[in-house]
Design a protein around this ligand. Structure first.
Ligand code: ATP
Ligand code: MG
Length: 188
């Protein structure tokens, strides 16, 4: 069918770039922002904006907006209990210039939550990249590869929810917007 671009756009609902993540509260965000500043003094590069700091659980990518309602309804089997995540390690990856904070030990509920999301999404027909889950918080991009002076201060993050995030790519760093968050049950 012949249709001008404008018509096609008006007819198409469009796509959105989305991912599931852990989104820190104010205190953990401030501690991570401080770690990012310390890291950047050593590794240079571009720091993640304070209000963008997060931990990705499952990256989906561009989806048709008609699909969003399905993503906004994770089934009960996805949920884990709330958990404590201790970020006590930092470093940088030479291959992609990312400076990160991470747990030296991955809590079982974090591993389970990511695996449950992945299983649900794959089952629902989303094509996720095959990557081993390496939970990390990106603090700096385009970082030089250099050893960091000493270990990061421990950041204790009580994780009580997870969220679906919208990402708008931009040359100076993506902008994120929380679409919805779901609580995890505390104290089993
Ligand atoms: P940019 O791509 O412009 O650097 P960004 O990486 O912050 O910006 P997105 O590409 O939308 O923004 O990614 C959102 C989150 O998902 C980020 O935490 C990113 O590291 C992570 N991510 C992106 N692609 C993948 C992927 N294929 N597998 C796992 N995580 C991913
Ligand atoms: Mg990206």
């Amino acid at each position: 069918m012949a249709a001008g671009n404008g018509v096609r756009q008006a007819l198409s609902a469009g796509t959105q770039r989305v991912f599931f993540a852990l989104w820190p509260g104010a205190r953990v965000r401030a501690e991570l922002a401080q770690a990012a500043r310390r890291m950047q003094r050593v590794l240079r590069g571009r720091r993640t904006r304070d209000d963008s700091i997060h931990l990705t659980l499952a990256f989906i990518g561009e989806v048709d907006v008609d699909i969003l309602p399905r993503l906004l309804a994770p089934p009960a089997g996805v949920f884990t209990p709330a958990f404590l995540l201790t970020l006590d390690n930092w470093g940088s990856w030479e291959r992609n210039g990312i400076g990160w904070a991470a747990p030296s030990r991955i809590p079982d509920p974090l591993r389970d939550l990511a695996a449950n999301l992945e299983g649900w999404l794959r089952g629902a027909g989303f094509e996720l990249e095959l990557r081993t889950f390496a939970p990390h918080v990106t603090l700096v991009r385009k970082a030089q590869y250099a050893p960091l002076p000493d270990s990061m201060m421990r950041i204790a993050w009580q994780v009580n929810e997870f969220a679906l995030i919208h990402s708008q790519l931009a040359p100076d760093g993506a902008r994120y917007r929380m679409l919805r968050a779901w609580p995890l049950k505390r104290g089993a």
